[in-house]
Design a protein around this ligand. Structure first.
Ligand SMILES: [Zn+2]
Length: 258
């Protein structure tokens, strides 16, 4: 797992699988852990990474309810887990879904966990809204479209945007079964002014991006989703994201909007 410092108060760890990102954010004596890496050894070392950076983790946040972003409790078992109201509603409405998908991944890859995943006592946060940390606030913006739920987290003093599953340099826009291409475009439009102000953008999957690079990806992603709505399977994929895996995502996107 790679860990990189984006700011004195922001450290990002990138998982070996799916390049899923985990962002540690600090203000004053408090720090939050946003999303999670995936493998047990990565989760096990996370408290040491936080300690070393002088981040005292007091809470977890999840950008959305896809299982690979929800594993923070394995690293910080006693921390409260906050998420958007839409995400909490999705977890409550589909009990056991994240646990089942985690189990499928673990069986496929022969991964052993210390215990079952606990998502009890989720704290639903109003979004758009603010979330207090130390002596300041994180800003929360709705980010649905990839799935039916989700939020992006803006760290104003560090000018870092934690985008959830948007603006990925490694994955084309993915419209999940519960997602919507039109909602995806609305989220991109909502994130655009934050991307313009950002020094760094942390995508849900892939290494952190400088703001200008993220803005270029946002333009590519908007063009792709617009083309998907107009031309379905005929839409062209972004140049740097045309692997077999990305074409499979494109095929299921096209089936969904068609
Ligand atoms: Zn994801």
């Amino acid at each position: 797992m790679r860990a990189v410092g984006l700011h004195a108060d922001v450290v990002v760890a990138v998982s070996r699988t799916y390049q899923t990102t985990c962002t540690l954010v600090r203000s004053g004596g408090e720090a939050f852990c946003v999303d999670s890496p995936v493998f047990p050894d990565e989760l096990e070392i996370l408290p040491a990474i936080a300690d070393q950076a002088g981040f005292g983790i007091v809470g977890l946040l999840a950008t959305h309810a896809d299982w690979d972003h929800l594993l923070g409790r394995y690293a910080f078992p006693d921390a409260p887990l906050g998420c958007a109201e839409t995400t909490s509603a999705r977890v409550v409405g589909h009990p056991g879904e994240a646990q089942r998908e985690l189990r499928e991944f673990d069986e496929e890859h022969y991964v052993e966990r210390p215990g079952p995943l606990s998502l009890s006592a989720l704290q639903a946060l109003p979004v758009p809204g603010h979330c207090g940390i130390g002596d300041t606030d994180l800003e929360l913006q709705p980010a649905d479209g990839h799935t039916e739920d989700g939020m992006a987290v803006w760290v104003p003093w560090a000018r870092v945007l934690v985008a959830g599953d948007y603006l990925s340099p490694v994955e084309i826009p993915m419209i999940s079964p519960s997602g919507s291409a039109r909602a995806y475009l609305a989220t991109l439009a909502r994130l655009a002014p934050l991307v313009d102000q950002a020094d760094y953008v942390v995508p849900g999957h892939g290494a952190p991006l400088e703001g200008t690079r993220a803005a270029a990806i946002l333009r590519e992603d908007r063009a792709y989703v617009e083309a998907l709505l107009e031309r379905g399977a005929e839409a062209k994929l972004p140049l740097a994201r045309r692997s077999a895996a990305q074409r499979r995502i494109h095929a299921s996107n096209a089936a969904r909007v068609g």
